[in-house]
Design a protein. Structure first.
Length: 55
């Protein structure tokens, strides 16, 4: 079953925290997870704006 957007954001956030603690803030994995989280948060923000405009 696919994750909802909120669940995916939470999952990536947790992965990012673990990566930063284990690999450091400048590791390739941490940076890629940070970019992925940014993308998901932007997607979430756009969907909230679209929902608000429909009301």
């Amino acid at each position: 079953m696919p994750f909802s957007l909120e669940e995916e954001i939470e999952s990536v956030r947790n992965q990012l925290i673990r990566s930063a603690e284990q690999e450091g803030l400048t590791s390739k994995e941490t940076i890629e997870l940070s970019k992925k989280l940014d993308f998901l948060l932007n997607k979430f923000s756009v969907s909230l704006e679209a929902y608000s405009e429909q009301k």
